[in-house]
Design a protein around this ligand. Structure first.
Ligand code: BYC
Length: 319
């Protein structure tokens, strides 16, 4: 086959919603885009463990502690499925970690904000995992097979995460005045960063058009943001909390909520590394990597020893 016919075959698969698999021919830029998106997604899951991990020892009851611990462990698992999916594209895990630690690879802006009170656990589950589900359910139909399959399990777990967050918010919103204030304060601080999670507006998103053509992305950033706002506003009403956006208004003609102006300067500032916790998050990940060196060395030494033992046995049998 010529490169031209490889390309044709690839295009036909994309057009007919046939998944692209690791051994299939794919354009270099398709591979590069997937490595970028999947590895950044994996990094987001791993860095995303930090803001909530910060509250495990301070959870208000044993039940809350067990649930939060399970959630944070799930995020670690999501990171691992995603690193594995990215590895099928020809990048190693060490290379991906290196890109994270040197600041070459991004991770979601949302995890550069601090978790100040217990109510932030509710807001993260409700809003951040809610936004993640909105973005990730369509990714179950993304064109690259290993990424799509990883997303199916991730979404099932994210759905539990979103509910546990909303349940925390509901309990606080129905609690004492102080608890209600904590819930409202958490919503005030997490609302705008959560709607920024969907990425820059479509007219300023360099990757969207091509990723939509390749069916890596099934909806644009603005489409997903709008869907999220429409469902979340109703959820806030249900528990008596107020979305901190005075311009939020139902638009009968569009059949959607209109919303206020997003501070994109803040978003780009956080993406460039100047958010409230960027340095701390990266330092924590680097420290974990350095302090885990002995575990990696021990695992490698053990596997080498096992291999040598197996080979010895084979030689003895052959002799
Ligand atoms: N933060 O052209 P665009 C989770 C970057 S984990 C930082 O629209 P694209 C969870 C973007 O990378 C949530 N950077 O890009 C975990 C690009 O820069 P590069 C993570 C952002 O890729 C634990 C530039 O801006 N989810 O849910 O077409 C607990 C231009 O953007 C952000 C995923 O990763 C951002 N928010 O669209 C709880 C989902 N947004 O790479 C929850 C998979 C944009 O060219 N990823 N940038 O240097 C995606 O769906 C897409 O990659 C995005 C961006 C929608 C995020």
């Amino acid at each position: 086959m010529t490169v031209h016919s490889f390309q044709q075959h690839f295009d036909e698969k994309i057009d007919n919603d046939v998944a692209i698999e690791p051994r299939d021919w794919m354009p270099d830029d398709y591979r590069k885009t997937l490595i970028r998106q999947i590895s950044q997604h994996a990094h987001s899951e791993i860095v995303g463990m930090l803001p909530e991990g910060n509250w495990i020892t301070r959870a208000p009851s044993l039940r809350r502690k067990a649930v939060l611990l399970a959630k944070v462990q799930d995020e670690g698992g999501h990171g691992l499925y995603l690193y594995s999916a990215a590895e099928t594209l020809g990048i190693t895990r060490d290379e991906m970690y290196d890109q994270l630690h040197t600041g070459k690879a991004k991770y979601s802006s949302i995890f550069n904000y601090p978790t100040l009170t217990w109510a932030d656990m509710g807001a993260i589950g409700w809003l951040v995992d809610g936004a993640a589900i909105m973005n990730q359910v369509p990714l179950c139909r993304t064109s690259y097979g290993p990424y799509a399959r990883a997303m199916v399990r991730v979404c099932k777990e994210e759905s539990f995460h979103q509910r546990q967050g909303y349940e925390i918010m509901m309990a606080l919103a129905n609690g004492t005045d102080v608890q209600k204030k904590l819930a409202q304060d958490a919503l005030n601080r997490w609302w705008w960063p959560s709607i920024m999670m969907f990425g820059p507006p479509d007219d300023n998103s360099p990757n969207t058009a091509q990723s939509m053509r390749w069916r890596i992305k099934r909806f644009t950033n603005d489409e997903l943001r709008q869907k999220f706002i429409d469902v979340t506003v109703e959820q806030a009403k249900l528990i008596g909390l107020t979305i901190p956006d005075p311009d939020l208004k139902w638009n009968e003609e569009r059949g959607h909520y209109d919303y206020g102006t997003i501070d994109w300067n803040e978003f780009w500032d956080v993406v460039k590394g100047n958010g409230p916790c960027n340095k701390e998050r990266l330092e924590t990940r680097k420290k974990a990597w350095e302090e885990g060196a002995w575990v990696r060395d021990a695992a490698l030494a053990y596997s080498k020893k096992r291999k040598a033992r197996k080979e010895n046995k084979k030689d003895n049998l052959a002799a």
